[in-house]
Design a protein around this ligand. Structure first.
Ligand code: G3H
Ligand code: 13P
Ligand code: ZN
Length: 322
């Protein structure tokens, strides 16, 4: 089937109590690892491209790689989405350039300005058959070159969401309930420790999610910053010359709970980076004489596929939903 928008996949996800995975793509191995997993698991998927990905890999290469995946995976719906579109021009360029979904992220701007720019993107997108994700509330962490400290992050105010969605006409809404971008989502000071001395992050604000859902019945909610930062990847990285002390993510059971509620799209990027880096670091340590990139990119691609398979089946619950 051709590239699709997220409309149908979100409707089914909302009704079915699961979430669709939105995975960031930056090169061929990542596209292949994700889509091979989704094809095998018969899972719908959002492949998302950030401004940084477009700068790194080039818009045309990314679109063509995703089109190749669509051809190779005929049984699953695939949406091509702009992640964290910073302005109207970037969104327009992606809408004109073959994307089926865009995010306009004006969450750091004042409410009325966020509404105004989002509305402009929605009008252009809808006129071209493309859907729009918007954001209210600010996540901590790093997006492209923008670093938001935990103090400057803020939860979404539920009392703003109806007005925002009505005035903008957006198709889905990303909200801030305590997730965060990157591999260091919480400082050790923000966490508690369990009996084994392992850091336990502060719980997500499910009360905010519930209040938002009550005010927007049936409306698809998006969670950014939802990597779990699997400890085995961090351990492998640290055992093979890496240095990622105190890397920590969102517990999988919290994501499962969110997926069973109104959250229809869960964004994962950092876990892909960790899977690749852990695999390649270990490979280099064990094969110091190898120098053909295919030798180490092949297991790295497999690690992405295995990690994504785990998410589809055990976290998102979208396996078999294509
Ligand atoms: O939310 C940010 C995503 O992880 C994309 O990261 O801007 O470094 O490509 P990037
Ligand atoms: P992570 O950094 O938790 O993977 O979040 C990715 C994301 O939100 C992309 O928009
Ligand atoms: Zn994000």
């Amino acid at each position: 089937m051709p590239l699709v928008t997220t409309t149908e996949m979100f409707k089914k996800a909302y009704e079915g109590g699961y979430a669709v995975g939105a995975f960031n793509v930056n090169n061929m191995e990542i596209v292949q690892g994700i889509t091979e997993a989704c094809q095998e698991q018969k899972a719908p998927v959002v492949l998302q491209v950030s401004k940084g990905a477009r700068a790194y890999a080039n818009h045309t290469y990314l679109v063509k790689m995703v089109e190749a995946a669509v051809k190779e995976c005929p049984d699953i719906p695939i949406a091509l989405h702009l992640d964290h579109g910073p302005d109207f021009e970037t969104c327009k360029s992606c809408i004109d350039g073959g994307f089926t979904s865009v995010m306009i992220d004006c969450s750091s701007k004042p409410f009325d300005e966020n509404v105004e720019i989002t509305k402009k993107v929605v009008e252009y997108a809808h006129a071209h058959g493309v859907v729009v994700e918007a954001e209210l509330g600010t996540l901590a962490g790093v997006e492209d070159d923008v670093q938001v400290s935990a103090e400057d992050s803020s939860y979404t105010h539920p009392e703003e969401v109806e007005e925002f969605v009505t005035r903008t006409g957006c198709d889905s809404l990303a909200i801030a309930i305590g997730t965060s971008h990157g591999a260091y989502k919480f400082t050790p000071e923000q966490c508690t420790r369990n009996e084994q001395g392992i850091l336990v992050p502060p719980p997500l604000r499910f009360d905010v999610l519930e209040e938002v859902s009550k005010r927007l019945p049936g409306f698809p909610i998006v969670l950014h910053g939802s990597s779990s930062v699997p400890q085995n990847f961090v351990d492998i990285i640290n055992a093979h010359g890496g240095k990622m002390p105190d890397a920590i993510g969102i517990p999988e059971e919290e994501l499962r709970k969110a997926a069973s509620m109104s959250v229809c799209k869960i964004n994962i990027d950092s876990d892909i980076r960790l899977a690749i880096t852990a695999t390649i670091r270990e490979y280099f340590d064990e094969h110091p004489d190898h120098f053909d990139p295919r030798q180490y990119l092949k297991p790295a691609r497999q690690a992405v596929k295995d990690m994504v398979t785990h998410k589809l089946v055990h976290v998102l619950g979208c396996n078999g939903k294509a």
